[in-house]
Design a protein around this ligand. Structure first.
Ligand code: ADP
Ligand code: MG
Length: 392
């Protein structure tokens, strides 16, 4: 599979940029198993890198220009940018992701003395909450670090990639996506404390089950505006709690009991509800990881379901497509747990499904969802992969 992808990319590279010596890289996407909308609330997340992601073929150029071509967005053609003094440029479309990384590298004192010719090819559905954007950002960071020997470690590159998305592209995402993409490890999920960035790997053994990602294929979503509103609501709730508990720095520091004692200090019922999700989801994540590590996959599944309820009822970020997929999954034999993953509204669900039940899962849910929604979902059985790296 990988060899075929690279071979096809090589042919495209030669057509676009000529016959040059190339290096190849792979950067995964990620799926978050539990801990949603906790990252910017200083809580825990539990994502893993997946075998779907973004490949790159790269050749050095001897001038200061970079030319990029995406096989997934062929209609955008070859996009060219300079390696210095960059600013966001709408006309450059998706190239703003690699440009953003080049720009934050330069600002951090890692100026690039020459450019590249790059072909990329993604196996991830873009814009579906599997972090194709973070995949491209960390990919770019690793290409630059490798070419210029900047000596950055992966956590540095993760932080710079997040900064590129935040300040250059202008998407106010938390650290989870880039962290999972860059720091992923085969067969492990990462328990990450987004407040301190302390993390540990947790080996995932699902025995006779697999991680199944189901894409709603919802064409457009209002995710980014709603996301900003949720962030603001939680921040405001936190500030009210700080008035009575000044040492508090993040909602993720509270136990459920502590939160319930303090919650009356959050004046707006809606903000109280949002904050409750952030607190409960964080504690649920810790409980879920403990369950998985005690081999209690069933309990983990129940907590995934509870995560979806909280995202639906308290955080209000699910919507009809995701609720439909989750409800259909819960009613299906062999499903251990199912929830929305990513920011919400559209994107994907993640389910733990017994291997022998996967064909019926796809068949039944595919049919029922299409009847209710009017178009079909897509299914991916995910394997847990390593973070961004050079191939071969
Ligand atoms: P997500 O990160 O959840 O996939 P985003 O909206 O954050 O969704 O990022 C999607 C954007 O990333 C796309 O609109 C596109 O600009 C860019 N992108 C993702 N994958 C590719 C690709 N293979 N080639 C070019 N651009 C891509
Ligand atoms: Mg993204």
């Amino acid at each position: 599979m990988e060899q075929e992808i690279l071979k096809e990319m090589k042919a495209v590279f030669t057509e676009k940029f000529g016959d040059k010596t190339t290096r190849s890289y792979f950067s995964p996407g990620r799926v978050n198993l539990i801990g949603e909308h906790t990252d910017y609330n200083g809580g825990h997340v539990f994502p893993c890198a997946i075998s779907l992601g973004t490949y790159a073929l790269v050749a050095d150029r001897d001038d200061g220009k970079t030319r990029v071509y995406s096989m997934n967005l062929a209609d955008k053609g070859v996009i060219e940018f300079s390696m210095t003094g960059l600013a966001y440029d709408k006309a450059k479309d998706w190239a703003n992701y690699p440009m953003g990384v080049v720009s934050v590298f330069e600002q951090a004192g890692h100026a690039c003395s020459h450019g590249f010719d790059i072909v990329i090819n993604g196996t991830l559905p873009g814009g579906s909450g599997l972090s194709s954007s973070a995949s491209i950002e960390v990919l770019t960071a690793v290409i630059l670090n490798d070419a210029f020997g900047f000596g950055l470690d992966m956590v540095d590159m993760v932080k710079l990639s997040q900064k590129a998305e935040n300040v250059f592209v202008g998407v106010n995402c938390g650290i989870m996506d880039q962290f999972a993409v860059g720091m992923g490890k085969k067969d492990c999920a990462i328990l990450l404390d987004c407040n301190t960035l302390s993390y540990r790997y947790s080996k995932i053994s699902l025995k006779d089950a697999s991680i199944v990602i189901t894409n709603t294929n919802k064409p457009h979503s209002l995710a980014s505006s709603a996301y900003n509103v949720r962030r603001a609501q939680c921040e405001h709730a936190l500030n009210e709690l700080k008035e009575v508990k000044p040492e508090l720095t993040a909602l993720g520091e509270l136990s459920n009991e502590e939160f319930n004692k303090l919650a009356g200090h959050i004046a707006e019922p809606l903000e109280r509800q949002r904050a409750r999700h952030a607190v409960y989801e964080n504690n649920r994540t810790l409980e879920a990881v403990a369950a998985l590590e005690q081999d209690d996959v069933e309990r983990f599944g129940k907590l995934m379901d509870a995560s979806h309820f909280s995202l639906r009822d308290d955080y209000d970020v699910t919507g009809k497509n995701l609720d439909t997929l989750a409800e259909l999954a819960w009613a299906q034999d062999g499903v251990i747990g199912s929830r929305m993953t990513g920011a919400g509204f559209g994107g994907c669900t993640v389910s733990l499904v017994r291997n022998d039940a996967i064909p019926a899962f796809k068949e039944n849910i595919g049919k029922a969802y299409t009847e209710i929604i009017g178009y079909a979902p897509s299914f991916y059985v995910a394997s847990i992969a390593d973070g961004t790296h050079r191939l071969g």
